[in-house]
Write a protein that binds this ligand. Structure first.
Ligand code: PHE
Length: 337
């Protein structure tokens, strides 16, 4: 091939070259060891000596031109490639809405909050079975077979002996049989009752608290509950004990808090009373202590059972307990941010 032929075919091929790998192939084809230009240089020996310098100069000129063209083309292709990738791999950073993130359920939030508070006060967290024996759920708690609290309407019986626990108090005797005082425990968990309306659900959550030691009094119970109430609803919250009855505590109390909505003045939430009932509690009945082999002359204790949903409903102003279990995202999204 002559210089002119090589130049023409090079010009044509480079014009059609569309990728860096093609360009590399062309480079080898023209400038490589067995490339066209090298072959031309080798043929210099066949020329007459006086023609050689001019020929050599021309070949070198072509080589220089080719090298410059390759460099330019390489630049051009690299830019093109970058533009293509920028277009194809474009990420729209204005799309800030990432996929929906999960959040803790309001019942879990309240349960965690109370548990963490109790842990900080030195309570141990224990959990017990949801399928419970009649003995731990009732008999050990001084609720004999004929007691109205075990009405068929309230309890999901599985067999005569087994049932779905109706209260976390079922853990009291389990714990006291195994551990001896001093005892300071809480048991969070699900409980079940055959009930279903705006304020009752067949399954809900309780946190049982139990302290047994020497010289435990109702004041210890009140102090602990005041501390929890202040943490949940603010330091201005007052705690009121009303006499009540549970077979496993003596004396027993219903515990009211000043209404967090009106601050105690009276509103529709507290039915104009200024107080909201939140839990049942009392001093562990000596019968229960003795049932579990604890000397009631030496030891006394208090127990309380907090309804987690109840606290969440008051805290977040939720009117219907069933909202907790329907998994409506519009509801759930409002918590746990
Ligand atoms: N277990 C009782 C209930 O579910 C609450 C309670 C717990 C009362 C501990 C006294 C002591 O209503």
């Amino acid at each position: 091939m002559t210089i002119a032929e090589i130049q023409n075919s090079f010009d044509a091929e480079i014009a059609n070259c569309e990728s860096l790998s093609q360009l590399q192939e062309l480079k080898v084809k023209y400038l490589g060891k067995s490339g066209a230009l090298t072959a031309l240089l080798k043929s210099i020996k066949d020329l007459a000596p006086e023609e050689r310098p001019t020929f050599g100069a021309k070949v070198n000129e072509l080589r220089k031109r080719m090298e410059d063209t390759f460099a330019l083309k390489a630049d051009e292709l690299a830019t093109k490639e970058m533009t293509r990738r920028l277009r194809e791999e474009r990420v729209d950073i204005s799309l800030t809405s990432c996929p929906d993130r999960g959040a803790l359920h309001p019942v879990t939030l309240i349960e965690n909050r109370i548990c963490n508070l109790m842990i900080a006060m030195g309570f141990e967290v224990l959990s017990g079975p949801e399928i419970e024996t009649d003995y731990y759920n009732f008999q050990a708690l001084n609720i004999p077979y004929d007691h109205p609290a075990r009405d068929m309407q309230d309890t999901f019986y599985i067999t005569d002996r087994y049932l779905l626990r109706t209260q976390t108090s079922a853990m009291q005797a389990r714990v006291m049989e195994r551990k001896k005082p001093p005892l300071k425990i809480i048991c969070p968990g699900k409980v079940f009752r055959s009930d279903n309306d705006a304020s009752h659900s067949p399954v809900f959550h309780q946190i049982e608290g139990l302290v047994v030691d020497k010289n435990i009094t109702l004041c210890d119970l009140k102090g602990t509950l005041e501390y929890i109430a202040a943490n949940l609803f603010g330091p201005q919250t007052k705690v009121r004990f009303r006499p009540s009855f549970f077979p496993f505590t003596e004396p027993s109390v219903e515990v009211d808090l000043t209404c967090s909505n009106c601050g105690g003045k009276g509103c529709s939430l507290c039915k104009e009373t200024g107080w909201i009932e939140v839990l049942g509690a009392g001093m562990v009945n000596p019968y229960v202590l003795e049932n579990c082999g604890i000397d009631s002359n030496k030891y006394s204790g208090y127990a309380f059972g907090i309804g987690v949903e109840r606290v969440a409903m008051i805290k977040y102003g939720i009117p219907d307990i069933r909202l907790f279990y329907e998994n409506d995202q519009r509801f759930l999204k409002q918590f746990g941010k």
